[in-house]
Design a protein around this ligand. Structure first.
Ligand code: CP
Ligand code: NVA
Length: 312
């Protein structure tokens, strides 16, 4: 069963097909062509243990535009592993819908869903990774650096500098950058790096990947084509907020940091953004920001993903 739980476990050929579909479906939408036969009569069940704007709306709208239907369930009603075992939920949903998507705290719940599901399972964010976000991020960089290309290896040789927390978004993005032949530079405060086991894993999956880590954000952006940041306090870390705000002081993406980057470098953020904390208004709303086209690409990336997983 072709699930989409991580970028690492998704074969390169499947990734290529997802991007090809995403760009093709976006072009058809721009031409106002209907795509309502792609997933006609198919249903996606979506389970949320955490809040969402972009992910929920992009998946629901993607199903709608592809002729299918989405059922949105909160964890309050489903109780993943609480009201009912994760395995039983997967077994029940598999007999009723054609796809299951979940946003969870513990990543293990996603792998367990996938293990027991007879229909594709999609990771809509876990504490460990956010692979759907990385698809939209790559589309946005392709729009900028290799417009018209649909194979993400066209990004090969480009450099992404991620400034901030070594978190779920950073893991998926680093993996996708590696698979595309991009250089990935991670600038975090001490103690907030990605764990060595992750780096070992990515280096074994993408031998020869240029993955650099530093504590110096200014040095990190020196050769960057894209600068990326995310919240310093992810969902579920609210009790660490004060400690994190202190640790990350100096890692804000602001005009001073941009001045140290090449003039063509663009700025990305998965959103939601905490303006005035990890990113300034001047950068978010400035000419180098691509954060809103990036958010809109979530819809197109989701359509490509769903078309490949549930349509082919
Ligand atoms: N970037 C992202 O996943 O946003 P939401 O949390 O609003 O879905
Ligand atoms: N790292 C953030 C991403 C939100 C889309 C979080 O997990 O809260």
């Amino acid at each position: 069963m072709p699930h989409f739980v991580s970028i690492a476990d998704t074969p390169s050929d499947t990734l290529r097909r997802i991007f090809a579909q995403a760009f093709a479906l976006r072009a058809r939408r721009e031409r106002k062509e209907s795509t309502r036969t792609v997933l006609l009569g198919k249903t996606l069940a979506m389970i949320f243990e955490k809040p969402s704007l972009r992910t929920r709306v992009s998946f629901e709208q993607a199903m709608n535009e592809l002729g299918g239907h989405a059922i949105v369930l909160t964890d309050k009603e489903v109780g993943l592993g609480k009201r009912e075992s994760v395995a039983d939920i997967a077994r029940v949903l598999s007999g009723m819908v054609q796809g299951i998507a979940a946003r969870v705290f513990e990543h293990a719940k996603l792998t367990e869903l996938a293990q027991h599901s007879a229909v594709p399972v999609v990771n809509m964010l876990s504490d460990y990774s956010h692979p759907c976000q990385a698809l939209a991020d790559a589309m946005t960089m392709m729009d900028e650096f290799c417009p018209g290309q649909t194979d993400p290896v066209a990004l090969s040789g480009k450099t992404l500098a991620y400034v901030g927390d070594g978190n779920n978004v950073a893991r998926s993005l680093a993996t996708l950058c590696g698979k595309c032949g991009m250089n990935f530079i991670l600038a975090t405060p001490p103690g907030y790096e990605l764990e060595p086991q992750f780096i070992d894993r990515i280096m074994s999956q993408v031998p020869g990947m240029n993955f650099e880590t530093t504590h110096d954000p200014i040095a990190a952006v020196h050769y960057a084509d894209a600068i990326y940041t995310d919240t310093w306090v992810s969902m579920g870390q609210e009790q660490e907020k004060q400690e994190r705000l202190r640790a990350f002081a100096g890692y804000e993406v602001n005009d001073r940091l941009l001045a140290a980057a090449p003039r063509h470098a663009i700025v990305l953020h998965c959103l939601p953004a905490y303006r005035g904390i990890e990113i300034t208004d001047s950068v978010m709303d400035g000419p180098r920001s691509r954060v809103f086209p990036q958010a809109h690409n979530r819809l197109h990336a989701q359509k490509g993903l769903l078309a490949v997983l549930m349509g082919e």
